[in-house]
Design a protein around this ligand. Sequence first.
Ligand code: C2E
Ligand code: CA
Ligand code: CA
Ligand code: CA
Length: 282
Amino acid sequence: AKGAGRDTVALFSDELRAAARRRLRVTTELREAIAAGQLVVHYQPLLHLRTRTVTGVEALVRWQHPERGLLPPSEFVPVAEASGLVDELTRWVLATVARDAAAWDDMGLPLTAAVNISATHMGSGTLVSDVSAALASSGLRPERLVLELTETSVAEDPERAAEQFAELRVSGIEVSIDDFGSGFSCLGQIVSMPAGILKIDKSLVQGIAGSGHKQASQSAAAVETVVSLAKACGMRSVAEGVETPEQLAVVAALGCTYAQGFVIAKPMPAEELPRWMGARSR
Ligand code: C2E
Ligand code: CA
Ligand code: CA
Ligand code: CA
């Protein structure tokens, strides 16, 4: 039994070493990928439910890997966060998104563009200046930019989040709380944040329809509660992960401000968006 224990320890540390090696390899590769222009941003439309118009997009990063193909953020964003590379990645995303949104503006497509920000970036103290730099170099109006921070990252350091949110909003940039309802954060803390938008996590939205009757009505009640909470706090709401026409009808009926999800459109490359918008309005 003693021997077996030792083997387990040896195996465990082998695995840890392998994981560390893998992380290091991805970090090195990712740093090169940013420099080599292998990252791409895809954009997913947000539908304004009252007017049924697309008024904004969310920017979602991908890695066009030379051997492994198009990688989703789950394959490399956590590594970037753990290795301290994420601020550099986000600066690249901010610059790209600001440039794309400024170009859409010039084409007569005034869209807001939301960028996902990691918790570590909020703590690093460069967030506000990084955002200003992206706006300055693109000429994009601050009103066009939205920053998304998850409920859990806000809960890590609420005071600091509140400070930076206030500073960003003074300069006209909107702040959105992402994945709301997925964590167990202090509700009072989250709703007292100076943020303008609450994004309802897809786990709540997807429970609405297609699941068992009991769960469906409970999920709808949860979404309804979040929508009225947002309204009472003077915030707009987004239902994310809307996959079916039925879910879309329910979130619209519950008074959500926006909907986002595959039923409207999947994330698409920047150059496809104007065409998609054109086809929609016809
Ligand atoms: P998120 O911010 O919650 O983004 C929404 C995710 O849900 C996206 O996955 C999107 O493609 C997916 N999605 C949209 N509509 C639907 C739907 O109807 N059904 C389902 N099942 N999924 C839907 P994606 O692009 O794989 O991104 C995953 C996560 O990676 C994001 O979650 C975000 O936390 C993170 N991420 C993406 N881009 C960035 C970035 O530039 N920086 C940072 N720090 N994180 C990012
Ligand atoms: Ca997001
Ligand atoms: Ca989300
Ligand atoms: Ca998420």
